[in-house]
Ligand binder design. Sequence first.
Ligand SMILES: *Cc1c(COP(=O)(O)O)cnc(C)c1O
Length: 226
Amino acid sequence: MTKDIATRNLNDLITKVEAARLRVSEHHIVKIVGISKYSTSGDIKMLYSVGQRAFGENKVQDLKDKSEVLDEFPIEWHFVGTLQKNKINNLIDLNPVLVHSLDSLELANELNKKLEIKNKKMSCLLQINSSYEDTKSGVDPKDAINIYKQILETCPNITLKGVMTIGANSEDEAKIKESFIITKKIFDDLKEFNPMYCSMGMSGDFELAIACGSNLIRVGSTLFKN
Ligand SMILES: *Cc1c(COP(=O)(O)O)cnc(C)c1O
């Protein structure tokens, strides 16, 4: 990826995000996390050099490799992938700014235990399976509030900061929208706990996600395209 392309991709994205957020409200701020899972450290560096600061990976090993190579840059690293139990300690050691994919109470308990041993804290989002797709991780929307509360009560080393979802994998915009509305409703219902992020929207659906109330989008292919 050349610097010109990185500039173009980021400018195009920011222009669209800006328009989408202003359709919601001038006070509605949307954070952009560049998902670099199909990209090289060189591409990340290029996007960093034109102003993008937050990046996310979906594999612990990739997060480790890329964050080590890019160690000299103050990049804000996010983790968005399914977390296997045997990778928890590795992830903790990488100090991600935010883990978007806490997808069960069981995983939360396991993560909390390992954080306690290391005397560390981790900021996480509860992932919601708002499309009810078997292939997707996340808690059932009807259980989400309860699980969120249980994590708050039983996992003092996890700092819960809101919810995340992946939009329905469908050509039907109404179905995608439905999954975003379900997740935003849960986010709103958690108001008493001051959730910060409603993480939803990827390359193909971030404008729709913002219209539905997303305040954090995870954009990969559109940002890293050549
Ligand atoms: C890959 C990925 C993204 C980005 O997907 P694009 O369609 O390439 O923008 C966002 N969120 C998660 C959880 C991902 O795994």
